[in-house]
Design a protein around this ligand. Structure first.
Ligand SMILES: [Zn+2]
Length: 201
């Protein structure tokens, strides 16, 4: 990836905040720094006014902190979900975006998966086959966030063809892609689909 991914992620944070996908200090954004590590937003900071100093670089293998400009910045516990995705999908993932939107909470109230509506927007998630049911997994919102990371890892290993996104109930969406723009495309498409569903489509 060209340049410092923190700059691009800070732009994404402003967009997410303005679009109501990162209320208060919710959500976290990450991008791969190299094959072994990724930059992720720090815990408890507003994603509408991110600076490069508010990121932490973590080792994918064990979550160890490798670099941060400000020692007061801590990684979010939700970084365990990002780690699981980088670990399982490897170099196919260059960025991972997680938000807390109203539509995501409203659209995924029960069950362990959500069937996506057959509208044009599913193509933005790489779905071109009209006949296959397209689903996103819904995980329970465990108080121990590391548990969600474990479930994510288990699911992705068992489901190589899964779409590049997942939902945590009463919480929000995580989407990923090869690059930050691709992860953003996936995230936006899922938010569009969840908005439709939350309005009774
Ligand atoms: Zn979250």
């Amino acid at each position: 990836m060209d340049g410092d991914p923190r700059t691009l992620l800070a732009d994404v944070g402003r967009q997410f905040y303005d679009r109501g996908w990162m209320w208060a200090t919710a959500g976290n954004l990450s991008a791969r720094a190299d094959p072994e590590s990724f930059w992720v937003t720090g815990s408890g900071v507003s994603k509408g006014t991110l600076t490069a100093e508010q990121f932490v670089r973590l080792k994918i293998a064990d979550g160890a902190i490798l670099e941060r400009a400000d020692p007061a910045i801590r990684p979010s516990a939700e970084a365990s979900i990002h780690r699981a995705i980088y670990r399982v999908r490897g170099q196919a993932v260059g960025a991972c975006l997680h938000g807390h939107s109203v539509a995501a909470v409203l659209a995924a109230r029960s069950g362990d998966h959500l069937v996506l509506p057959r509208v044009e927007m599913v193509k933005a998630l790489g779905v071109w086959d009209d006949n296959t049911e397209t689903t996103l997994p819904i995980f329970r919102n465990h108080a121990q966030v590391a548990r969600i990371g474990d479930l994510t890892e288990e699911f992705l290993r068992a489901t190589p063809g899964a779409l590049p996104a997942l939902i945590v109930r009463d919480h929000g969406v995580t989407a990923w892609g090869r690059t930050i723009p691709e992860a953003l495309q996936h995230f936006e498409a899922v938010e569009f689909l969840l908005t439709l569903l939350s309005r009774g489509f």
